[in-house]
Ligand binder design. Structure first.
Ligand SMILES: Cc1cc2nc3c(=O)[nH]c(=O)nc-3n(C[C@H](O)[C@H](O)[C@H](O)COP(=O)(O)OP(=O)(O)OC[C@H]3O[C@@H](n4cnc5c(N)ncnc54)[C@H](O)[C@@H]3O)c2cc1C
Ligand SMILES: C[S@@+](CC[C@H](N)C(=O)[O-])C[C@H]1O[C@@H](n2cnc3c(N)ncnc32)[C@H](O)[C@@H]1O
Length: 649
């Protein structure tokens, strides 16, 4: 059983914000921290020259072990902004097993002599400092030109399962004698496996264990004079073979000028936003009006249903929960209400499950908090029948307005009442046949197409995509009373907004019937009244209802990524029929410029933003913000692989 990773908060000297008491070491040279970082890491990897030479839409991916105060990252950002062309991007991927808290990093950076530019970058970093949750925390800076992927976790664990390739490494654990776990052969091997022949590396340490370890992993290592009186430091270049990530799609190498996103729901809108935030224009095609499908409800509850085992789906939800404040900060108050959420345990069995879950989850930040019945009642302002868990990061979202807010961007063109009928893949891109309201059938060529049209995505993709419709009806109730935060159990109810409260939702698998059913309103009403100490709502309070269709997958995880070339995969993966662990030797082919983001099921308000980030990183050839095993588990080809293993396809 895969467990959740753990991290420990840094222990810092109360009298010296740059000294770790746990490691009895300094984060950097105390006499000249900036000069030291500049010489060892920036010049050691020839970054100024490499920044200058970046091309349009090219991302330079820099990996670091030991984020610490983030000073090296800040200096790299400053130099990148000085030297790189406007259209290039920097991705900084760093690990930190012992992160500082927000107060600690703010104090550490405040007490450094930074230039005005560095100070501004440092303030941005501190203002957006993550909670101490072991996951990859993604932050975008400077109009999306800089991406920080800060993995709170152990370097070896994170880098062994990294999804992507790095161009330059900065090895910056504490010194090897005090922090041996940051300089092991296993870590050097993981670094080598995520390098290519042009990848460089630099480090302050010239210890034998580092030199020999890097050489053994395939780096050609050179010694240079050390900084500030130290004898030597190391620079290196990877000379080994690039490990093939056989299953993994490679960067989209094509023009990025014409990107089509099919579907104007949460999936399409977050993806469009993720491209536009990076300065990349997109066109969204929606067969009706935005948010006319599942994303059209006026209230949805944003919370996670985590598993005791750290499954890919649970890791994704945990990561999404950790990001909500960051992603939703662009949404106005009438769209996102960060109230917290109550998840009640309605039976002893559920209570036992919640207890086990709380035991299994990382403890450094309160993602879920156990609450008694009276604590839960105090939190929501009404007497409840059950206790359960409080999810402080959760809240409720107006999905419809969220979609409209996201699509309202100068780089996003929205084509309403444009229904995609078919797609033809050619060497020059994908030709979409589109039915329009005014011009009839038209066709347009795109460099890249993203299928974000929920269950209808399967009509356009050759892969087996078992996207199942699950009909749901929400009921709108008159505000006769109120609650301070959403309550979830067998059903959910949200706090009042404009005099109305949403409750729901029914769950009817394999039905796409959009006709409202009055019996469903009664089911919803009954289910939420059962959460309360005494029934609070009656049929007289019913104002309205809305039916829409969720798109679910058999494993309840979304489908994210490039579309695999079905026939070639079946041919190369024949052996899966007899050996489920078979891994092919060569890279597997994908359909150029075709991606999918669908199957968000019942958690779309939570998972759509991280799903969009995974997708856009894949297109841009960036390292993904999730581990490779998570990417693999969410990939559109997983059902084909599953069918082959079961000898079905
Ligand atoms: C009743 C109900 C209650 C829910 N409650 C919650 C909740 O409380 N919390 C939560 O997190 N999630 C909830 N969900 C789930 C959430 O709403 C979905 O996960 C999310 O909205 C899915 O977004 P999507 O963009 O993938 O799909 P959709 O919103 O369905 O968007 C797909 C879009 O594609 C368009 N389209 C389809 N085919 C074409 C084509 N050929 N050409 C052009 N456009 C096309 C459709 O018109 C549609 O607008 C609920 C869902 C339902 C149904
Ligand atoms: C020399 S400091 C890094 C300084 C940092 N790069 C900066 O610019 O401030 C070393 C860092 O490695 C971290 N570290 C130590 N062991 C680690 C491990 N196993 N995995 C990830 N980080 C680790 C420490 O917590 C510390 O932040």
């Amino acid at each position: 059983m895969r467990r959740y990773s753990t991290i420990t908060q840094a222990e810092i000297d109360a009298n010296d914000a740059h000294r770790s008491t746990a490691f009895n070491d300094y984060y950097f040279s105390i006499t000249d921290p900036i000069g030291e970082r500049q010489t060892i890491f920036i010049e050691g990897n020839q970054l100024p020259d490499r920044f200058r030479l970046l091309e349009t839409n090219q991302t330079i991916r820099i990996g670091e072990t030991g984020f610490g105060t983030g000073l090296t990252f800040l200096i790299a950002c400053d130099q990148f902004l000085k030297y790189a062309p406007q259209t290039a991007r920097l991705q900084w991927i760093s690990t930190e097993r012992y992160p500082m808290g927000q107060a600690g990093i703010t104090k550490a950076l405040d007490s450094l002599p930074l230039t005005a530019d560095l100070r501004q970058l440092a303030d941005d970093l501190c203002d957006n400092w993550p909670q101490l949750i072991p996951t990859c925390h993604r932050r975008l800076f400077k109009d999306g030109r800089i991406t920080l992927d800060l993995h709170f976790g152990d370097s070896t664990e994170v880098l062994s399962d990294l999804s992507g390739i790095v161009d330059a490494w900065c090895l910056d654990g504490f010194s090897p004698d005090r922090n041996p776990e940051s300089w092991t052969p296993t870590l050097f091997q993981a670094i080598a496996e995520h390098s290519h022949s042009g990848t460089t590396l630099s480090t302050f340490s010239a210890a034998r264990v580092v030199r020999d370890g890097l050489s053994a992993a395939g780096f050609s290592v050179s010694k240079l004079p050390g900084f500030g009186g130290k004898r030597e430091r190391l620079v290196a270049q990877y000379k080994g073979l690039t490990k093939q990530l056989v299953w993994a799609p490679k960067q989209h190498v094509g023009d990025m000028a014409r990107i089509a996103i099919v579907g104007g729901g949460l999936a399409g809108a977050w993806a469009a936003h993720a491209f536009a935030t990076r300065g990349i224009p997109v066109t969204v095609f929606e067969k009706e009006s935005p948010a006319s499908g599942a994303s059209g409800n006026l209230q949805g509850i944003t919370y996670a249903k985590l598993s005791i085992e750290a499954t890919p789906n649970s890791l994704l939800q945990l990561q999404a929960l950790a990001h909500l404040t960051t992603w939703f900060q662009i949404l106005p108050d009438n769209v996102w209400q960060h109230t917290g959420v109550l998840l009640l345990a309605q039976s002893p069995k559920e209570q036992a499950h919640q207890d086990k879950l709380l035991e299994a989850l990382p403890k450094t930040a309160p993602l879920l908090v156990s609450v008694s019945r009276s604590e839960a009642s105090d939190l929501c302002g009404q007497k409840l029948r059950f206790g359960g868990m409080h999810i402080p990061a959760g809240g409720w979202l107006n999905p419809k307005q969220c979609v409209n807010t996201l699509l309202d961007h100068p780089l996003i063109e929205v084509k309403l009442y444009h229904q995609i009928q078919s797609v033809e893949s050619t060497d020059h891109g994908s030709i979409l046949q589109i039915t329009t309201l005014h011009e009839g059938l038209v066709s347009h060529l795109f460099d890249l197409v993203l299928w974000a049209n929920a269950r209808e995505a399967s009509q356009f993709i050759q892969l087996p995509l078992p996207l199942k419709p699950v009909r749901g009806q929400v009921t709108t109730l008159k505000q006769t009373t109120n609650i301070k935060m959403p309550i979830c159990g067998d059903a959910y109810v949200a706090p009042a907004s404009n005099g109305a409260m949403t409750c729901g939702a029914t769950y009817r698998p394999n039905s796409d019937d959009l006709t409202a059913d009055p019996q469903d309103d009664l089911t919803n009403l009954d289910a939420i009244n059962r959460l309360m100490d005494r029934p609070l709502w009656s049929t007289n309070d019913i104002l309205d209802h809305r039916v829409s269709i969720r798109t679910a997958t058999p494993d309840y995880a979304p489908v994210i990524g490039q579309v695999a070339a079905r026939n070639a995969w079946i041919e190369s993966l024949e052996r899966l029929r007899h050996d489920a662990s078979f891994i092919p030797e060569d890279d597997l082919p994908f359909i150029r410029g075709q991606y999918v983001l669908a199957g968000l099921g019942s958690r779309g308000t939570l998972t759509a933003p991280i799903a969009a980030e995974i997708l856009v990183s894949q297109v841009l050839g960036e390292v993904l913000p999730v581990a490779e095993h998570v990417r693999h588990a969410l990939a559109p080809d997983r059902f084909l692989r599953r069918d082959l293993i079961r000898n079905l396809s």
